[in-house]
Design a binder for this molecule. Structure first.
Ligand SMILES: [Zn+2]
Length: 263
C-alpha cells in the first residue's frame, strides 16, 4: 500500500533534523528536530525547545531561534499546544497563528501555509496529511493518550469537520520509545487492552513486560482505517545522542520539536 519511503537527515548549520521522503511526504513540509545544535547545558543539552522542563529560559529562547531559522519557519506564526496526554483535538486556522492551545494533544488545519508544532521526549509524534484537500495534523501519542482515544478524536475531526474518511489520510510516526526500552506496568496494559483490538505488541524481557508503543500506534491507526502508515523506527531511549528520552534520562531532560506545515 505504501510506496517506498526514505527517512533522511538534513543538516543546516549546526541543526540536524530528519524527514520522510517519498509520496506524499516529499510534498508536505515536515520534520523532526534532533537535540543537536543548541546551547543548553546537560541534562538538557543541547537543542531543548521546552520552557517547562527547568532549563535556562535564555538558552531555550536561543534554541528556538536557531531551530526555527533552520527549518524556515517563524516561531510567532506556528500553532502549538500545551500537551496533557488527553484526547482533545483542535481544528485551527489563521486566527491561531502564534498561539499555544491549552490542554490539547492534537492539532489539525486546512489553512494554507499554516504550521503546527509540538515537543516530544518518548511519546510518539504522529503526523497526518490528506494531500488532496490539503490538510495536515500533528498528534502527541503516549500510552495515556492512546488509551484516552486521541487518535479516534483526531480521525473523527477529519471526518466530521472536514468530510475526510481515514482511508484518505497518510500517517507518519516520528522517533519515540521502542519496545526495546519501554518496560510497562499492569496499569498501562489494562488501560490499552480495551482500545487495541488485536493483541497488544508486548514481549517479556528481564522479567518485565515491554510495550512496542510505535507498533501499537501503527496497529491502532490501521484498525481505524488509516492504511498508509510509515514509521521512523527510531527508539529515543536507544539514541540519546540524537533524541531526548524521558524514560532513559529519568525525567531530567529536554524536548525535541516536530512540525508539519500545510502546503
Ligand atoms: Zn530502545
Amino acid at each position: 500500500m505504501t510506496a517506498f519511503i526514505r527517512w533522511e537527515a538534513v543538516q543546516r548549520e549546526a541543526i540536524v533534523f530528519y524527514r520522510f521522503r517519498g509520496s506524499p511526504w516529499s510534498d508536505i513540509p515536515h520534520g523532526f528536530l534532533t537535540r543537536k545544535g543548541g546551547v543548553s547545558a546537560p541534562p538538557f543539552a543541547s537543542l531543548n525547545l521546552s520552557h517547562s522542563v527547568g532549563d535556562d529560559p535564555a538558552a531555550v529562547a536561543e534554541n528556538l531561534r536557531r531551530a526555527f531559522a533552520a527549518i524556515g519557519l517563524r516561531e510567532e506564526e506556528v500553532v502549538t499546544a500545551w500537551l496533557i496526554h488527553g484526547n482533545r483535538v483542535a481544528l485551527v486556522d489563521a486566527h491561531h497563528r502564534g498561539m499555544i492551545l491549552q490542554g490539547v494533544d492534537g492539532l489539525v488545519t486546512v489553512e494554507p501555509g499554516l504550521a503546527l508544532f509540538m515537543r516530544f521526549a518518548d511519546c510518539i509524534p504522529v503526523l497526518l496529511t490528506d494531500p488532496t484537500l490539503p490538510a495536515v495534523g500533528i498528534v502527541h501519542v503516549g500510552w495515556r493518550g492512546l488509551a484516552a482515544g486521541v487518535l479516534e478524536a483526531t480521525l473523527e475531526l477529519f471526518q466530521r469537520r472536514l468530510g475526510r474518511c481515514p482511508s484518505a489520510l497518510h500517517a507518519a510516526l516520528g522517533p519515540g520509545i521502542g519496545g526495546c526500552c519501554y518496560a510497562v506496568g499492569p496499569e498501562v496494559i489494562e488501560a490499552l487492552e480495551p482500545r487495541i483490538r488485536k493483541a497488544l505488541p508486548l514481549h517479556r524481557r528481564n522479567g518485565a513486560w515491554h510495550l512496542d508503543l510505535p507498533e501499537a500506534v501503527r496497529q491502532h491507526l490501521r484498525d481505524l482505517g488509516v492504511t498508509s502508515v510509515v514509521a521512523a523506527g527510531v527508539c529515543t531511549a536507544c539514541h540519546l545522542e540524537d533524541w531526548y528520552s524521558h524514560r532513559a534520562e529519568h525525567g531530567r531532560t529536554g524536548r525535541f520539536g516536530a512540525w508539519i506545515r500545510n502546503p
